[in-house]
Design a protein around this ligand. Sequence first.
Ligand code: PHE
Length: 358
Amino acid sequence: MEDQLLGIKNAAMSLILDSKDQKELEEVMLQFLGRSGQLTLALKELPKLPIEKRAEVGTLANDVKKTVEEAIDRKRAELSHQKVEEKKAKIDITNPGILPPLGHLHLITQAIAEISEIFAQIGFTRVRYPEVEWDWYAFEALNFPDNHPARDDWETFFIKTEPNPKKGPMILTPHTSSGQIREMERKQKPPIRMLNIAKCYRRQSDVSHTPMFHQFEGLVVDEGISITHLKGTLDYFAKSYFGENRRTRIRPYQFQFTEPSFEVDVTCGVCNGKARLPSLRSGVSGQGCRLCKEGWLEMGGAGMVHPNVLKAGGIDPEKYTGFAFGWGVERVLMMKEGIEIDDLRLLYSNKIDFLEQF
Ligand code: PHE
């Protein structure tokens, strides 16, 4: 009986292996496991065995049955997989293809490209200075006193490492103004017309601030550079970037590295500088503008380069003057018409459904 069972097993296994399709496999199954299949019949013989052999042979018979059933299942899966593969191989090359999903440049990358292009038109050279910076470039050489609040660790990220004996602690640059001194060192002599766009870091996070953000910094140094050059450049940028009907104004302000210093405003794109929303009938509605307060939006800082900064950069302040400005890329982007982002942090959230809109 044992020999018979093993014989059945061998025969079944080799037929299963040789089956070329599902139909053949089903036939093999019937032949062994069907109602009058070889294995089924052999199992029926079990009760006829002498009692002392029954348990042993019974176990063997069950093992054989299990092995055969499993082999059939495996073969069935294999054959059906083969069928799918064959189907796949028959590709109709005249069918229109399926386009893979297309990405695009990030909103900020697009803005950086646009800003660079606008300034390239008037001869600014695009540079990029380190994000991990020495205190010297970010503060000391920019005329910051030792006790200035921006230098303490509430505003600035410090890198835990040995300070440089000449350049002080290592930090994450909190503004692109650190590029001013680096550019003076690189060029050694005016004329300088630099546009430094880089990542900046400050300890801040709310709807209008992210710990990492981008600034673009302009620096122009030459003989006879005056505030009128600065104002002309601001107007040129505002009109090129926001639109022909935009105007700028400068208000007195204070920065350590510029004297005089200004805050630059641009007319609001929603109310067009009127501070009231337009209405269909009278042209001006009673409602206040939802974006600005008095028709102006703050763009950022600017000023005439402080003589101490020129000196620190190795430039003679008796001979040369310059202007500088530094604005947030995210900020000017939000001030563009048609872009309404109510939480700046969304820009860096990697949410595809948000990013796809731009
Ligand atoms: N660095 C200043 C800031 O981050 C902006 C600025 C740049 C001001 C250049 C004046 C001149 O706020």
